[in-house]
Design a protein around this ligand. Structure first.
Ligand SMILES: *Cc1c(COP(=O)(O)O)cnc(C)c1O
Length: 403
């Protein structure tokens, strides 16, 4: 079996690579999966060997557990492979994967550009933590054109942050155009690529640092929180790695092991969930209660053209906007009436979720009026006929509120 550095690997298909990347080869006596390596202390027989680090990753001095170890490395290798980057850093949550590179690339007196559609806690981090550190943030319309973003750059802008599509409102950003402006201005492009996973290849589109909440489809079973920060140059890797270590960021090897287990089946889960998501979205699009479906893979939906140009697929998270005469109470009652859709945050597991989202959408750049109450759906692995039947009875509840 070739190990994950095999030159043959790059030519293989995505399904093959997901099955074989980061595998232990003969290192664990032929067992398919690596064991969980738990540890803080790492012992060496003498100081010379300790100084050498004893690791097969020479630049990672394996002298203490916080630096990561043999259970972190295979997961890091698989995620780097998925995103088409060279190195990946595992961190404790998706939110840590957002905050760690922001801290790596911003210092007091500098300025950061954030999409108005950004994941809520990322906005919270900028408005509170970064403000306190003397770092300013400007929120921009996620659908802004290159000429528009150029005007928002200041001499001290060092980070252009992107997230495409937005995880509540699904705006698809023109990443190559925005990244070209950032590059010309000497700023770094950070991207939250959790929705795109491997359907969007960040480094081919001008992104410098890619962020993933592995909590979602990689883990895939709604039982672990984990994040990743992936880079594609030595310089960016050094910057991210150093900051991660200075912050004491660490993820449990048990959680990494579960994520590694999850990722082996991610391609088939995603394929099924993409199809099911599109099917349910298309069914909802025919319903008279629905004003608009926010699913980039649906022809005619907002952002579809850019999605078609830049993405090779879609995950199963999308939004529904109801006609304005349906009240928030009606949408809440509908969500509460669903039997197969759980009502809760997060997504990417095997089970379906429905979350009324209107109240979660904070906007300051004037891009937030969708003209009706919103429901975010995550489609799991259930039969779509059952999911549509459940939504059908939910829509009956919605209509019973009048309007
Ligand atoms: C969930 C999510 C995160 C944060 O991940 P956690 O592991 O829950 O901290 C970051 N970005 C996006 C787009 C998300 O959906």
């Amino acid at each position: 079996m070739p190990d994950d550095s095999s030159p043959a690997r790059a030519k293989q298909g995505f399904y093959t690579r997901l099955s074989h990347a980061g595998r232990a080869g003969t290192h664990v006596h032929g067992f398919v999966n690596p064991p969980v390596h738990r540890g803080s202390t790492v012992l060496y027989p003498n100081m010379a060997e300790r100084k050498a680090g004893g690791s097969h990753r020479l630049e990672q001095h394996l002298i203490y557990g916080v630096l990561g170890g043999p259970t972190h490395w295979p997961l890091e290798d698989v995620i780097a492979e998925i995103e088409g980057g060279t190195r990946c850093q595992i961190v404790s949550s998706g939110l840590s994967a957002v905050t760690t590179p922001l801290l790596a690339y911003l210092k007091a007196g500098e300025h950061c550009l954030m999409p108005d559609s950004v994941y809520g806690p990322a906005r919270g981090f900028c408005d509170n933590f970064l403000t306190r550190m003397g770092i300013a943030t400007t929120y921009y319309d996620p659908c802004i054109y290159a000429a528009g973003i150029e005007k928002l750059f200041r001499p001290n802008t060092t980070v252009l942050y992107t997230e495409s599509p937005g995880s509540h409102t699904f705006e698809v950003q023109d990443i190559p155009a925005l990244a070209a402006v950032a590059r010309a201005k000497g700023a770094k492009v950070l991207m939250d690529n959790t929705w795109g996973i491997h359907f969007f290849q960040p480094f081919r589109h001008g992104v410098d640092v890619s962020i993933q909440a592995l909590t979602k489809y990689v883990v895939g079973h709604s039982d672990v929180l984990l994040g990743s920060v992936t880079t594609n140059t030595q310089e960016d890797w050094d910057r991210v790695r150093t900051t991660t270590m200075q912050l004491g960021q660490y993820a449990s090897p048990d959680d990494c092991w579960l994520a590694l287990r999850g990722v082996r089946t991610m391609a088939v889960r995603l394929e099924r969930q993409m199809q099911s998501g599109i099917e349910v979205a298309q069914w909802l699009a025919t319903r008279p209660e629905v004003k608009q479906i926010l699913h980039p893979a649906l022809p005619g939906a907002p952002g579809h053209d850019i999605w078609k140009r830049d993405f090779t697929g879609a995950c199963s998270l999308f939004g529904v906007v109801f006609h304005p005469h349906f009240s928030q109470d009606a949408v809440h009652a509908m969500a509460e009436s669903l039997q197969l859709f759980g009502m809760g945050a997060s997504w990417g597991g095997y089970e379906s979720l429905a979350l009324p989202t209107t109240g979660f959408v904070t906007r300051t750049a004037g891009s937030g009026d969708f003209g009706g109450q919103m429901l975010r759906l995550h489609i799991g692995l259930e039969d779509t006929a059952d999911l549509c039947a459940d939504l059908d009875q939910g829509l009956t509840v919605l209509r019973s509120f009048g309007g």
